[in-house]
Ligand binder design. Structure first.
Ligand SMILES: C[S@@+](CC[C@H](N)C(=O)[O-])C[C@H]1O[C@@H](n2cnc3c(N)ncnc32)[C@H](O)[C@@H]1O
Length: 288
């Protein structure tokens, strides 16, 4: 037994045995499945997220759970789901939506009116706050005009690896306090109250397709997008995964299309040459 294996981390009160070797096995699975990096410093977080699964499956240690996920693909997916960090909020990094609404949407709305198509993608959308923010910002508070545009050839795709957050996104139900960052007019137009919750308007929900997608795997989409939000997911990836993902995102964008990334992310490697930076973490594709 290695010194690491012998070490129970931290010594003391854990409901289940969990060794550094267990952590590293899990980290390897998370990296190869989802690109997610889980360095040794994340041991406590990993334990906290897996312990409920170990308990639910009636097991005595994380090692037993690792044996289970080795054979049970569905449980392995649940483990990866549990390991994702889904932090998000309405109007997070709202400068992206300000830019899109002022500089990009008017042209796209005109195209819709003339019978053209518009495609937007929120990649790694978590529980839906990002795509709902994006769409309600663009549409504004004039419902009739919004309804007219939504009837045109418009689609917003919103994807995530985690089925749990996608289930929340599809309901469009959020605790009222999470919507405090939504400007009053937009809240009044696009939500209704239901006890302690706010429910997103069905018209807005229907305009967004929430689908499971692992950004590391093949993508089924054929057409290109006019704008992509891929924010605060690449921070969990290493350099080669980021570079590959960004190059694929660039391929999936029309020339002239917009890509918005998270505040601590940047374009990595040769892909940067395909974009011009036109604002804070906002990039326009300039070359195929
Ligand atoms: C921190 S949230 C960001 C949510 C939103 N984009 C925002 O900026 O507020 C990161 C999301 O990335 C998802 N994710 C992690 N790895 C992924 C992968 N390989 N493919 C797709 N989604 C992934 C997680 O499930 C999580 O919901």
């Amino acid at each position: 037994m290695s010194a690491a294996t012998a070490m129970q981390m931290p010594p003391g009160r854990r409901e289940f045995d969990f060794t550094m070797d267990d952590h590293r096995i899990i980290a390897k699975i998370a990296y190869s499945t989802a690109g997610i990096l889980l360095p040794d410093s994340k041991t406590q977080m990993v334990y906290g997220r897996l312990a409920p699964r170990v308990r639910e499956r009636g097991l005595k240690s994380v090692a037993e759970y690792l044996k289970l996920i080795d054979q049970d693909a569905a449980e392995r997916e649940r483990a990866i789901d549990a390991l994702t960090t889904n932090h998000t909020s309405f109007f997070r990094e709202s400068h992206h939506f300000d830019h899109f609404t002022a500089e990009v949407w008017p042209g796209l709305a005109q195209r819709l009116t003339k019978g053209g198509k518009v495609r937007l993608w929120s990649a790694a959308c978590s529980s839906g706050e990002e795509p709902y923010t994006w769409l309600m910002s663009a549409l504004g508070s004039k419902r009739d005009e919004a309804a007219r545009l939504l009837k045109q050839n418009f689609k917003m795709l919103a994807t995530d690896l985690s089925p749990t957050v996608l289930a929340t996104a599809r309901t469009g139900i959020y605790p009222a306090q999470t919507m405090e960052t939504v400007p009053h007019e937009l809240r009044r137009t696009w939500t209704r109250k239901d006890e302690q919750s706010l429910v997103v308007d069905p018209a807005l929900r229907a305009a967004i397709s929430f689908l499971p997608l692992n950004l590391l795997n093949d993508w089924p989409m054929r057409g290109q997008f006019d704008a992509i939000c891929c924010r605060n997911v690449m921070i969990y990836f290493d350099g080669p995964s980021k570079e590959r993902l960004q190059s694929r995102l660039a391929d999936q964008l029309v020339t002239g299309g917009m890509m918005y990334i998270g505040h601590s992310e940047r374009l990595e490697g040769p892909v940067a040459k395909r974009f011009e930076m036109i604002g804070r973490t906002a990039f326009r594709k300039i070359a195929a």
